[in-house]
Design a protein around this ligand. Structure first.
Ligand code: GDG
Length: 475
């Protein structure tokens, strides 16, 4: 065992939960990144003297551990070539498309894999250094799938949990990965491997049986050394109360009215909010709307579309190409169908403060969330959290994890443009009573199952998982 640290709970994630801000006078400071994971973890972290291991977000930064808002932050440094090979390459050019149904073609490069191994080892070593004896370590997401086993080799005393935020693909797709066995073995270092949906957990257990050859029964893998690994689903959520409070605030209420005004006070506002990512199905959604305008079903005078596409992974080729495709589509639709002062689609390639997001959710009569594949999709839950009047319609892809819980939405297949058009028309003409019935049911779910209950559900299971013998692993 390597020497140990003092943190009783360690979060290991690709990014630290803070962003670096450079002031006009050149001074540097850190600002908490907005996001449910951070706010959900904060109370538990403070209670347990927690530490967060992650990358600060720019290349070649060597930063000493520091404390921010009572959180102990442990930066991991990545070189420029590691950002290219580990992060943009293997994580976002290989794993991301492979795990999202191959909606874009994954690239397999041996040097990207080598970098993935090197960087995963760096994260594991750092976590091993800061964790107290018998501490809990919670590792997050596809960038760090080798960390659980690397960490277990260094620190067999730890309880290790892993959670995958994106889908875990069926065997038929996962099998393409030249390093499939190493990834499965990496994950098996955890005591609990968590997924968004039961299907992900089942895919994982099946692959372990087929590819690694370990015995499995239902959600449990039996390792030859007597250790057990549990694979289960923990659907992530949002800080619902916080979002609703924001939506009810005077500033957001006024801003929502101002947005509608600026759009020309139309009868209907349809909204899409996504990172600009090829998994999110932005293209077919805009086409469905544009066809309805061209068909004369919607009129740009009374039904407008607002699409926010937050810039994302701009150095990765496939993302640049997607941006061009969407630019072209929006240009064509507005050129063909818009009128002076009335573009059919208001397209915003930009990122906004949370207040603006809440105002947009408040301003929208119909929210379209139509990914080809998505682990969960928090935008759908945020929209529901903001609709405290029980109005508004959610059109949701059946391939988003959120579809399992938000089954009262208008569920669509994003590959079926006619189907999406029909759902959009139905949602647009639904009676208020129908909207209320659906929204009420969805709000109940999102209020009961928020991000705090997600985090405590996972950590409680990790605390109480049968204390199997923790024999030293000899290799
Ligand atoms: C991954 C999985 C899973 C977006 N633009 C702005 C902004 N956002 C916020 C949204 C939402 C979050 O970012 C996006 O979360 P999603 O869940 O929709 O999608 P991914 O980024 O792909 O997240 C996904 C998630 O991990 C959690 O496990 O649900 O399936 O792919 O919260 O509001 N926030 C602000 N400005 C923006 O411009 N402030």
């Amino acid at each position: 065992m390597t020497s140990t640290g003092t943190a009783e709970l360690v979060i290991v994630a690709n990014r630290l939960p803070v962003d670096r801000v450079v002031e006009a006078d050149g001074s540097l400071h850190w600002r908490r990144s907005p996001g449910g994971l951070v706010s959900a973890m904060e109370p538990v972290m403070k209670l347990h003297g927690g530490a967060w291991v992650g990358w600060p977000g720019s290349a070649d930064d060597v930063i000493e551990p520091f404390e921010e808002d009572g959180l102990q932050l442990i930066p991991i440094s990545l070189s420029a070539s590691e950002v290219e090979e580990f992060y943009e390459g293997f994580s976002n050019g290989t794993l991301w498309p492979l795990y999202h149904d191959v909606v874009a073609k994954p690239e397999f490069h041996r040097e990207w894999w080598d970098s993935y191994v090197t960087v995963n080892r760096r994260f594991a070593e750092k976590a091993a250094e800061v964790a107290a004896p018998h501490a809990m370590v919670w590792v997050h997401d596809y960038q760090l799938q080798l960390v659980p086993q690397m960490l277990r080799d260094l620190r067999p005393d730890l309880r290790i949990g892993f959670f995958l935020h994106i889908p875990f693909p069926p065997a038929e797709l996962f099998q393409q990965l030249p390093w499939r066995r190493q990834v499965l073995e990496g994950l098996l270092g955890a005591d609990i491997v968590g997924f968004q949906l039961p299907g992900g957990a089942q895919n994982f257990v099946r692959l372990v049986r087929q590819r690694v050859g370990f015995k499995t029964h239902r959600d449990t893998v039996y390792l030859p050394d007597g250790r057990l690994v549990r694979a289960a689903s923990y659907p992530i959520s949002i800080d619902t109360a916080d979002f609703e409070a924001l939506a009810r605030s005077v500033t957001v209420t006024e801003r929502a009215a101002a947005i509608r005004e600026a759009l020309g006070n139309p009868k209907r506002v349809i909204l899409g909010v996504d990172r600009l990512d090829y998994t999110k199905g932005i293209y077919p959604r805009l086409r469905a709307y544009a066809e309805l305008v061209a068909d004369g079903v919607f009129d740009v005078e009374d039904t407008v579309f607002v699409q926010v596409a937050t810039p994302s992974r701009e150095r990765v080729e496939q993302y640049r190409r997607l941006r061009d495709e969407i630019d072209r589509l929006v240009g064509r639709v507005n050129g063909d169908l818009g009128e002076i002062g009335r573009p059919a689609i208001s397209y915003l390639h930009s990122s906004y403060p949370r207040e603006e997001m809440a105002a947009l959710y408040r301003a929208a009569d119909i929210m379209m969330v139509t990914p080809y594949r998505d682990g969960m999709n928090l935008v759908a839950k945020e929209y529901v959290a903001c609709r405290y009047d029980n109005d508004g319609a959610l059109v949701l892809s059946e391939f988003a994890g959120a579809a399992f819980e938000l089954s009262q939405s208008w569920l669509v297949n994003p590959y079926d443009i006619n189907g999406m058009k029909a759902a959009l028309v139905e949602a647009a003409s639904a009676e208020p009573k129908e909207l209320t019935r659906r929204m009420k049911a969805m709000r109940k779910t999102v209020i009961e199952k928020d991000v705090a209950s997600w985090a405590s559900g996972f950590l409680d299971d990790l605390t109480t998982i049968r204390p199997v013998h923790r024999r030293r692993v000899r290799r």
